[in-house]
Design a protein around this ligand. Structure first.
Ligand code: NAP
Length: 269
């Protein structure tokens, strides 16, 4: 049973920041060659820093600019990565954004922006990844599976979130996409799972942790009494990409310090 990700190519969307960077570094330490995807020129430098950090530690990484909500860019990214690195073995569908608004004030642009990146982006990348997995077939020297997809969802695939209806809707839909793909491609030995983080300290949610008052308020939702880190998510992603988790497919795995035990019920209900 192969425990490492040696000789496998992992394409991680939105790896220039936060959780994506944590997953990129963890997978690189486990032997994978990393494609550090980012969306635009403004994040080129941070993407290069992630790739350089990996290379300095003896790992392998390249950067690739692609807006995952744009079909042509996604198709080109997969074609280019396959011609440069031979294949893609692992897709981490991580890129995501928030555009928060009270529902009656939410614009169609805010709705579309979040759905286009968080949901359509995951669809486009999963489609191109599965085509590549099926073209390549199983390579037993690398993994018993034909390919692995990890969707980065959220506790908000099951916890409703007032003021964030576009975001919660995108994450709820990811659950059905993930399970439908696991069902459709299980026979071909393609494993598809979701990681559902709780509160992880990254730039997407700075307001939730950057003052002592905000952090205290956040911690009332977390029985384990600490905010999560990108490293926490990286560790789980490595497990889900490796053959150690070979019988896991179609699963949403919550990694949230107990947030989904609904802490407010600890003192009654
Ligand atoms: P982050 O630090 O803001 O990182 C978001 C990443 O997504 C950046 O690398 C960004 O790159 C990339 N991205 C955004 N739009 C993109 C696009 N159109 N194409 C390609 N890349 C794009 O946020 P994060 O907290 O790490 O979030 C990562 C994922 O975890 C998201 O799906 C988020 O919903 C999920 N999540 C986060 C938490 C949390 O507490 N932090 C909890 C649950 C779930 P550019 O700068 O290049 O755009």
């Amino acid at each position: 049973m192969e425990r490492s990700l040696k000789n496998q190519v992992a394409l991680i969307t939105g790896a220039s920041s936060g959780i994506g960077t944590g997953i990129a570094k963890a997978m690189a330490e486990s032997g994978a060659t990393i494609v550090v995807n980012h969306s635009s020129e403004h994040s080129l430098e941070s993407a290069q820093t992630v790739a350089n950090d990996i290379i300095k530690k003896g790992g392998k990484a390249i950067t690739y600019q692609c807006d995952v909500s744009q079909e042509t860019e996604v198709v080109n990214m997969f074609q280019d990565v396959v011609s440069q690195l031979g294949t893609v073995d692992i897709l981490v569908n991580n890129a995501g954004i928030q555009k928060d608004a009270k529902f009656t004030e939410m614009t169609l642009d805010q709705w579309n922006a979040v759905i286009n990146v968080n949901l359509t982006g995951q669809f486009l990348c999963a489609r191109e990844a599965i085509k590549e997995f099926l073209r390549r077939g199983i390579d037993p020297a690398k993994s018993v599976a034909c390919g692995k997809i990890i969707h980065i969802s959220s506790v908000h695939e099951i916890i409703p979130w007032a003021g964030h209806v576009n975001y919660a809707s995108s994450k709820g839909a990811i659950r059905m996409m993930m399970q439908s793909l696991a069902q459709e491609y299980g026979a071909q030995k393609i494993r598809v799972n979701s990681i559902c983080p709780g509160a992880i300290q990254t730039p997407i949610n700075t307001n939730a942790w950057n003052t002592p008052e905000a952090l205290d308020s956040l911690l009332t939702l977390i029985p384990y009494n600490r905010i999560g880190t990108p490293e926490d998510i990286g560790n789980l992603a490595v497990f889900l990409a490796s053959d150690l988790s070979d019988y896991i497919t179609g699963a949403s795995i919550f990694i949230d310090g107990g947030m989904t035990t609904f802490e407010s019920f600890a003192t009654g209900g």
